[in-house]
Write a protein that binds this ligand. Structure first.
Ligand SMILES: Nc1ncnc2c1ncn2[C@@H]1O[C@H](COP(=O)(O)OP(=O)(O)OP(=O)(O)O)[C@@H](O)[C@H]1O
Length: 630
């Protein structure tokens, strides 16, 4: 027995060391958050125990009043946060307090720059949790006994927050976890219990678990424990009685965020389904937003009992940035993830809250366009996954999208489809767009020339997801989307009879030349035709309606998929001087050289790269040499 009481020393995972170092150096101006983090952890531990006890009531034993106690001892220089929640086994202590088990952690830490201001923002996004203890403590002791374990199966963890921690077996009379902070010299102010009480009321008032502090007599002796928070779960209260401040503080505890939320919505739904939802949109993207597998932010409660974090079934993936909770009156308390998966009640809650989030965003877009723009800049790319994922709400999601466009002439995506439709001339019956590798490549694509000339607005898309988005978005308010680099361009009524006649004549007069180009290029192109898109450029390539677009092919190639080679339609502008000049070359071999050069440069403008750039360059040089007469 004596042997097991001996301390063993373990090293922290590298990322924990980095996190600790960073935290101590970057959070000094916001020290008091340690208490919010530790009290939230204690409250989570109580929630978890309550849930487990639903199936095994003996776990509560004779200690069923779950609570957190916070006290300070000036003489010893310690603050203690003590709960009678679920506790931890030895293995859990090693895993939870020695490593960070979030996927992608290593990549996250590789982004740190060493610039403290920047890094402290990142750290806020990451969530510091338990380790925030080290902001105010130079050493921390955790004594814990898991629910169901015997009193001599408890564990003590101790660390100075440097490279390692010690573990030893101990006796602990009560279930749960005590966290003892040995307070640093520069944080002695927190040894004042009045100060601690103030912080708890600020951060933890709305927790459903009582947070108790000692009531002391005049000589400072402890008389009894007294709850310092209201102890009523915030979302169960009447909306009218909750202040903005309270909503914001609650957000910080549920979302483990440092900043205020951007907006929130608190709803009690009654009728065939009864549930309450409290949904928040954060101001800033979490560090792992781009990971579609990342934890979703919705906690599920059933009749005010916490059931699980990360209830994925309650929110679609494209709204994974939403934080908060839903509390159902209809689900059984013993609900599991499997049951949630295909469940009428869950579906109704998910549909209801999806609508709520979308309408909250629509309202923001209407009432506060500038704030909405901030939201869009942060989460827009995620929202773009929506039309593919959620057909039922496609139109609503589409109305929330923002694009760069030829109207605004700037790369920031600020144009809504409604604004586009409003500006569009009566004769226009399509919404025109282009997808390219970058804003500049979209803006300067020769296919836009005719649209510029006729003053028709084109949406300029250049994010990776955009091709995917547009392949799922067919129409908006009964207007179809049309890529300007696909298919045969038909401007419909935007072309008047005169335009059409001219075009036909042009096509006719150039027919023989088209044949010559076709012969020269052979199977390098799908076909050759006279363009209707270009005014300043000699040529461009476009994809056929049924072929895969350039961007989609690139997307699939990047994802490691084999993509059949797309043959392009080569469009020529017979009015361009260069095309005119090339057409007069009678030598077939020379003509073919020029035809190939025109095709290559059009391909470069559309695809951004060539299969054989060296050949292009040597052909270009050869022809330039000829021109200079050398
Ligand atoms: N008082 C406690 N009782 C029981 N387990 C705890 C307690 N405090 C922490 N833990 C365990 O340690 C883990 C790590 O805690 P930590 O606060 O660092 O991260 P977290 O709460 O999981 O995430 P976050 O970064 O969102 O705070 C928790 O998930 C929990 O399992």
């Amino acid at each position: 027995m004596a042997e097991t009481r001996q301390a063993e020393t373990y090293g922290f995972q590298t990322e924990v060391k980095q996190l600790l170092h960073l935290m101590i150096h970057s959070l000094y101006s916001n020290k008091e958050i340690f208490l919010r983090e530790l009290v939230s952890n204690a409250s989570d531990a109580a929630d978890k125990l309550r849930f487990k006890a639903l199936s095994d009531n003996s776990l509560l034993a004779d200690d069923s009043e779950l609570r957190v106690r916070v006290s300070a001892d000036k003489d010893a220089g310690t603050i203690t946060i003590s709960d009678n929640g679920i506790g931890m086994t030895r293995d859990e202590v090693i895993n939870n307090l020695g490593t960070i088990a979030k996927s992608g952690t290593a990549e996250f830490f590789s982004q740190l720059s060493g610039d403290e201001a920047k890094d402290s923002r990142l750290i806020g996004q990451f969530g510091v949790g338990f380790y925030s203890a080290f902001i105010v403590a130079d050493s921390v002791t955790v004594r814990t006994r898991a629910a169901g374990a015997a009193s001599n199966e408890a564990v003590e963890w101790h660390s100075k927050g440097e490279g390692e921690f010690d573990l030893k077996a101990i006796e602990k009379a009560q279930r749960g976890t005590d966290i003892i902070l040995h307070v640093r010299d520069d944080a002695k102010e927190y040894l004042d219990e009045f100060r601690l009480r103030g912080i708890i009321t600020k951060y933890s008032d709305h927790l459903s678990i009582p947070v108790q502090m000692p009531e002391r007599d005049d000589d400072g002796k402890h008389k009894e424990w007294q709850a310092v928070n209201t102890g009523q779960a915030l979302w169960t209260r009447d909306k009218a009685d909750i202040s903005d401040e309270e909503y914001k503080e609650f957000y910080k505890t549920v979302a483990h965020d440092f900043e205020d939320p951007l907006l929130w919505s608190h709803n009690k739904v009654e009728g065939t389904q009864e549930y309450t939802s409290l949904l928040y949109i954060p101001k800033r993207a979490p560090w792992d937003l781009w990971n579609r597998e990342q934890q979703h932010g919705i906690k599920l409660y059933v009749k005010r009992v916490f059931i699980m974090d990360d209830a994925q079934q309650l929110m679609p993936t494209y709204l994974r940035f939403v934080r908060g909770l839903m509390d159902s009156n209809d689900l059984p308390l013993n609900v599991s993830r499997e049951i949630l998966q295909d469940n009428k009640i869950t579906r109704a809650m998910r549909n209801g809250s999806t609508k709520k989030v979308l309408s909250m965003l629509s309202k923001l877009a209407k009432d506060e366009p500038e704030t909405y723009q901030e939201f869009w800049n942060t989460f827009g790319t995620v929202l773009k996954e929506g039309p593919a994922e959620d057909h039922a709400n496609q139109e609503k999601i589409a109305s929330l999208l923002r694009f760069a466009s030829t109207y605004e002439d700037k790369s920031e995506a600020t144009v809504s489809l409604d604004a586009y439709l409003e500006r569009m001339p009566e004769k226009q019956d399509k919404i025109y767009y282009i997808v390219a590798d970058s804003y500049e490549a979209a803006r300067d694509n020769p296919a836009l020339e005719i649209f510029r000339k006729k003053g028709i607005e084109v949406l300029l898309l250049s994010e990776r997801i955009d091709e995917w988005l547009m392949s799922h978005l067919n129409e908006y308010r009964e207007k179809q989307f049309q890529s300007v680099t696909r298919g045969d361009l038909d401007l419909g009524e935007l072309d008047d009879a005169e335009d059409k006649k001219q075009q036909e004549e042009l096509e006719k007069s150039f027919e023989a030349q088209i044949k010559r180009f076709e012969q020269a290029l052979g199977d390098k192109v799908k076909s050759v035709r006279v363009t209707h898109r270009l005014t300043n450029s000699p040529a461009c390539i476009v994809t056929d309606d049924n072929d895969m677009s350039t961007q989609m092919a690139k997307l699939m190639e990047a994802a490691g998929q084999k993509v059949p080679e797309t043959k392009y339609i080569f469009e020529l502008n017979p009015e361009h001087a260069l095309v005119k000049q090339v057409s007069t070359i009678s030598d077939d071999a020379k003509f073919a050289e020029w035809a190939q050069l025109l095709l290559d440069q059009a391909t470069l403008a559309e695809r951004g790269s060539l299969k054989d750039p060296a050949q292009f360059v040597s052909r270009l040089n050869r022809l330039m040499m000829e021109l200079t007469g050398a």
